[in-house]
Design a protein around this ligand. Structure first.
Ligand code: F6R
Length: 243
């Protein structure tokens, strides 16, 4: 696991964008695994800038998102479909048919999960997976306790996760209690993984992650990243402050 410590959130976002651009320039048919939440917002801004000012093209790029809330349709402003469209996709030249996000209102959640995992195997492998990290060590929405062999599945969100994400909703009561997430195993199928973390509120999670090499365990799902051989963690000084 390679660790890059930078001054602040801006630097983390720029470095992550630089690495993504480098991959796209090397292979314009890149398959990118994408995350939502607050952390990647700066990365997406920088990628949009790269597209608008330096002509970085996403025309042939495919994207596979980690997760979606169960019960929110694509038009719900807090759905990850809406998030990805508003913060990233509508500003670049990506074909929306090349973007994949789990359906939040499937007829059968079980079928949707099986279908999404099949899509990952068909469209993938993901060449570069971008991740954030939850304060409880979740990656995607793989909450503590998740089986390391898990594929795409329905998860019950922890209260702490609902609270952390409540700012995207009018109130915490609106935050769904369940989501569809790709599994730990699905994440580990990616060729390369970059995890971003910024701010003092992630310091504990980053410390636990970096100390978990000999203690890979389901109570801290991000610890499974130690079992992958191409993981880079890009953090700012605040997130690295107690390591
Ligand atoms: C989002 C996701 C989550 C977030 C994590 C951190 O698609 O999969 O694992 O990366 O909850 O969220 P933020 O960045 O909002 O702190």
């Amino acid at each position: 696991m390679k660790v890059i410590v930078l001054d602040n959130y801006d630097e983390v976002s720029k470095e992550a964008a630089r690495l993504v651009e480098e991959k796209i320039l090397a292979d314009d048919e890149l398959v990118l695994g994408l995350a939502t939440g607050s952390t990647p917002l700066g990365l997406y801004e920088n990628l949009i800038k790269g597209h608008k000012t330096r002509g970085i093209s996403f025309k042939n790029v495919k994207t596979i998102n980690l997760d979606e809330y169960l019960g929110l349709d694509n038009n719900h402003p807090a759905s990850y479909h809406a998030f990805m469209f508003e913060t990233f996709f509508k500003h670049i030249d990506i074909e929306l048919t090349n973007t994949y996000i789990p359906d939040g209102v499937p007829k059968s959640a079980e079928e949707e999960c099986a279908c999404y995992e099949g899509m990952i195997d068909h469209v993938g492998p993901v060449n570069l997976q971008l991740l954030g990290i939850g304060t409880n060590g979740h990656i995607g929405f793989n909450e503590p306790g998740t089986d390391p062999n898990s594929l795409t599945h329905v998860v019950e969100l922890k209260e702490s996760t609902r609270e952390n994400n409540a700012h995207f909703f009018q109130s915490i009561d609106e935050v769904p209690k369940h989501a569809i997430t790709i599994g730990i195993q699905s994440i580990l199928k990616s060729e390369q993984i970059i995890l971003l973390a910024s701010g003092k509120n992630k310091a504990n999670a980053v410390k636990t992650l970096l100390e978990s090499k000999e203690k890979v365990n389901p109570d801290f799902p991000a610890s499974y990243l130690w079992t992958h051989d191409d993981v880079t963690i890009i953090v700012d000084k605040d997130a690295y402050s107690i390591v």
